[in-house]
Design a protein around this ligand. Structure first.
Ligand SMILES: [Zn+2]
Length: 397
């Protein structure tokens, strides 16, 4: 660890702050797959029966919707896509399964996202604001996950070659979705353009020097929720924005802010195609494995399944996905940590000011309470950034 980063008392506090996270991460590694396996084996049938009953009850209550002007067309389209009227139960099954695991994780969300943040002075957030953010996130993900699951099963029912069609389309969507990134953050934070002045001028000049187009420099108003310093680029090409949060602007000197921007600029010129092609191939392999599961479960009549692409295979698919992600994350984490070192080197090459990058990293580490040397297993499990102590050492003076 760099000698000037933390004194012994500060280091002890930071270790205390991080210790429960490491315990959670270690337990998580074993407990989630076991829970998912138990859910797939024992919960699928009761959850399916509950979904069917709920769908029937809702169907009776909402019978008017099948005759209402616009809803009538939507319901008919879903019937056609699903090749029958069973889509309500399938959608509810996906949603209930997702919500069950979200609720299981809720105590830990509150503990790590609110209680610990308060205890260690990391967040001035009110319980109400925490609840609103949690609800927003949960709603957003619940809608996304259930429509994704619904689309996957709907497509698989119709099209035997669904897995490569979906794999190809999703890979293209992933490439394109970077363009809409700037709009996603606005679900949670208020943003405003950085005022004209020296900082804006120097950032503009730096971006010209780096040959990077951008639309605007935005200030994310996060200080009501967290004391952490944050900087990132969102979007791509003409939609790219440079986002700096208000705490960062208050805590750093202009040279240090430029070092943070130069680091993010270093990520822009990374070659993304190897990663894109690798993730497209991994997705295709996963979807093909899902198709094999569809056939296997239908043949063996697991979970009461009688045909291909039954939604009751979803818990098993989630388990396979969890195991695949756990297996892949040491590799993707290692590649990501390499990219961070490379972005630091390119930041120094761009600004010619290693001292500013170093003091920016020291301030960020202190304010964000970053652990200078996390346990090795935790790093290797898939940390996206190098331990801050090693990163500062690598910058030099
Ligand atoms: Zn980075």
């Amino acid at each position: 660890m760099p000698a000037d980063l933390f004194n012994p008392a500060e280091l002890a506090e930071i270790e205390a702050y991080h210790a429960p996270r490491y315990v959670y991460a270690a337990v998580d590694l074993v407990v989630w797959p076991v829970l998912l396996a138990v859910a797939a084996r024992f919960l699928t049938r009761p959850l399916w029966r509950a979904s069917e009953r709920l769908a029937a009850w809702l169907g009776a209550k909402l019978a008017w919707a099948r005759r209402a002007p616009v809803l009538r067309v939507v319901a008919a389209a879903l019937d056609r896509m699903w090749q029958g009227p069973g889509w309500g139960a399938a959608l509810l099954f996906a949603l209930l399964f997702f919500e069950l695991f979200t609720l299981l994780d809720l105590p830990w969300d509150i503990y790590f996202g609110y209680v610990r943040e308060k205890q260690y002075g990391m967040s001035p957030m009110t319980p109400g604001a925490f609840a609103v953010d949690w609800l927003k996130g949960n709603t957003f993900v619940a809608v996304a996950v259930s429509s994704l699951a619904f689309g996957l099963f709907g497509l698989a029912k119709r099209l035997p070659a669904w897995w490569w069609v979906l794999g190809l389309v999703s890979s293209l969507v992933m490439v394109g979705s970077a363009a809409i990134d700037p709009y996603r953050a606005r679900i949670y934070v208020v943003q405003e353009p950085l005022a004209d002045g020296e900082l804006k001028q120097r950032i503009t000049a730096l971006m010209e020097q780096a040959h990077i187009d951008f639309k605007d420099v935005l200030v994310d108003k996060t200080s009501a929720k967290t004391v952490r310093l944050q900087a990132y680029f969102a979007g791509t090409g003409p939609t790219r924005t440079i986002n700096l949060n208000d705490s960062l602007l208050a805590a750093l000197s202009t040279d240090e802010i430029l070092a943070a921007v130069a680091h993010e600029a270093g990520h822009v010129h990374e070659s993304r195609w190897p990663a894109r092609i690798a993730s497209a191939l991994a997705l295709l392999a996963f979807l093909y494995a899902v198709e094999r599961l569809f056939r296997l479960t239908a043949r063996r009549a697991w979970f009461g399944v009688t045909g291909r692409a039954d939604v009751r295979v979803l818990p098993l698919i989630v388990l396979v996905f969890d195991l695949a992600m756990t297996a892949a994350s040491p590799v993707s984490g290692a590649l990501s940590r390499e990219r961070e070192y490379a972005a630091d080197r390119s930041a120094v090459a761009l600004t010619g000011d290693p001292a500013a990058l170093r003091s920016m990293l020291v301030k960020a580490a202190r304010t964000n309470k970053m652990h200078p040397s996390p346990p090795r297993w935790y790093v290797l499990k898939g940390m996206s950034h190098p331990p801050i102590g090693e990163r500062i050492d690598a910058v030099g003076r």
